[in-house]
Write a new protein. Structure first.
Length: 239
């Protein structure tokens, strides 16, 4: 009994001392914060959450794939907007080595997916692959880091070998929609390892046009026509 009262107190003292010794700063406004997310509460309020978990009907992300592919379920935690805190988050997890932040955001996604329920039948989380050269330079794949957080909540295994990036395509952000699609086509292949997945979820950091996902889905459906595919992302750029 005594132990159960003292333990939370001990933990909060421990946390306070830790923050005193190692203060953390908001990734967006650089003010000191002890928020676990690495973003102060003021900036967190500015994040544009999609709240797709509260939708009864189709979400804008579901609609993005209408007429393109039959997709099981889709989910994105945030809307991506330029010059808003969400952009800093993406920058941190993509270019600033902030893997703990990616994993933390992954677990936030996982909590929402649990609420939705339709992701419970997913057999494996498939991170959108990046080229081995890019991975070597960056040291990690940000989508895999998101998966690590998701699996804490859902217990779904991560498979990094199902999809392989064979060509090192340059950053796509400045290219037109048509050029982006051409660039990703034929650059993703299926890995050689055997599996018996019925339902997989592709995990991406930011969805803009969905061109990379289109390619992944086409490659997967060609090899495994009956496989069910769901989509999970950290952020979605609303057009
Ligand atoms: Zn802040």
């Amino acid at each position: 009994m005594r132990k159960s009262i003292l333990l939370p107190l001990f933990n909060s003292v421990k946390t306070s001392i830790f923050h005193l010794l190692f203060p953390t700063y908001c990734l967006n406004c650089s003010k000191e914060t002890n928020e676990e997310l690495g973003i102060c509460s003021i900036c967190q309020n500015e994040l544009h959450f999609t709240r797709f978990e509260t939708y009864n009907g189709s979400t804008p992300l579901d609609q993005l794939f209408w007429g393109r592919h039959l997709v099981n379920s889709t989910y994105s935690l945030l809307y991506f907007e330029k010059n808003r805190p969400g952009q800093h988050l993406i920058h941190q997890i993509k270019y600033k080595n902030n893997q703990p932040l990616a994993q933390h955001l992954g677990s936030e996604i996982g909590k929402k997916l649990k609420e939705i329920g339709s992701f419970n039948t997913v057999d494996a989380l498939i991170p959108i692959p990046i080229h081995s050269k890019k991975r070597f330079i960056r040291g990690y794949n940000q989508s895999t880091e998101l998966c690590k957080g998701i699996t804490v909540e859902l217990n779904t295994p991560i498979d990094e070998e199902l999809l392989i990036k064979t060509k090192n395509t340059k950053s796509q952000t400045k290219n037109s929609k048509e050029k982006r699609f051409q660039n990703v086509s034929n650059s993703i292949k299926i890995g050689k390892r055997e599996h018996s997945y019925k339902h997989i979820a592709l995990v991406d950091d930011v969805i803009t046009t969905g061109a990379t996902l289109d390619t992944c889905i086409e490659v997967l459906k060609e090899k495994f026509p009956d496989i069910q595919i769901s989509i999970i992302s950290l952020a979605y750029t609303k057009n």
